[in-house]
Design a protein around this ligand. Structure first.
Ligand SMILES: O=C(O)CCC(=O)C(=O)O
Length: 291
């Protein structure tokens, strides 16, 4: 399906706070992405863990600029960017991308949060962003698929506190919302993509299965929502859109240039959550000032 989200999908996103686009990427495109990512030493070298507050650790690599490798082609291709533009009603730029590497048996959990719970602290004034999580592996309940609370984006921004090394939404509110709204496990096949609103509450369980669950998440911000201050994620930077066919073309070259130009963020520099207050101390847990 090399086309952007259609009117029905956009309407579903607005109503539910998310929409799953089945087969958004073709199997061969995802195979190229998955094989390339697993062989990518730079991706592995820049990976870091984030404690989940439940005894586990999630492993991820995070980068700011899409670059010219296969990750860049996924993030910059027509169908992705035009979909983000439809959802955000105007020009968008790449805010960051990441690879979530939930490895078999050891992949940690993500606590309940809104992405805007992280980004609010980065000088982003409006929740005019969107995250797109692309399944690289089959994503099932057993290997810790994404869980969402449909329509929770209507609750607005919820306070977040530090939970392990993650930003965790105020659990009193999450529990109350779960009493009124359903909980959906988003099982996905490789190539499926879920577009979700920055105020949609989501989480995922640890991966206790024998099957890895990797997914690539691309985040876009509206150009007119340029953050008012610098942070570790970029302010408005024009995004060069590439044709959809670029994924296959660049994937076939196995992105020899990957990693050189993407602006990797190591754990120590990803400060989105560290400015939050730890629930008991009342102080930023890392001792760093707010970003
Ligand atoms: O894909 C997952 O397991 C959750 C990732 C997530 O919540 C995030 O990156 O904000």
């Amino acid at each position: 399906m090399t086309r952007p989200l259609d009117d029905d999908q956009v309407a579903e996103y607005r109503r539910e706070g998310y929409v799953v686009a089945r087969g958004f990427f073709a199997r061969d495109e995802i195979e190229l992405l998955g094989r390339a990512a697993r062989e990518d030493r730079e991706l592995d070298r820049h990976a870091f863990g984030r404690a989940d507050g439940e005894g586990g650790v999630v492993r991820l690599s995070l980068w700011n600029h899409p670059g010219d490798g296969i990750y860049g082609m996924v993030a910059r291709c027509e169908r992705m960017v035009r979909s983000a533009e439809r959802l955000l009603e105007g020009e968008v730029y790449h805010y960051h991308s990441k690879m979530i590497m939930k490895d078999a048996r050891v992949g940690g959990a993500w606590t309940w949060h809104q992405d805007y719970g992280y980004w609010y602290n980065n000088g982003v004034l409006f929740p005019w962003l969107v995250s797109v999580s692309v399944a690289v592996d089959p994503s099932t309940r057993a290997n810790g698929c994404l869980q969402v609370i449909p329509r929770s984006h209507e609750a607005g921004r919820i306070d977040h506190v530090l939970s392990g090394e993650q930003a965790g939404a105020d659990m009193d509110r999450v529990r109350e919302l779960l009493g009124r709204l359903p909980l959906v496990h988003c099982e996905m096949e490789p190539g499926d993509a879920i577009f979700f609103h920055p105020n949609l509450l989501h989480r995922s369980d640890p991966n206790r299965s024998e099957q890895p669950r990797w997914s690539m998440i691309c985040c876009y911000n509206a150009a007119r929502n340029d953050p008012y201050k610098d942070s570790h994620h970029p302010r408005y930077t024009p995004l060069e859109v590439v044709p959809d066919g670029a994924i296959r073309a660049v994937g076939a070259r196995r992105f020899a240039d990957a990693g050189g130009d993407v602006g990797w963020l190591e754990a120590v520099r990803d400060r989105s959550a560290t400015g939050l207050e730890a629930p008991e101390s009342g102080k930023p847990a890392s001792g760093e000032s707010r970003p």
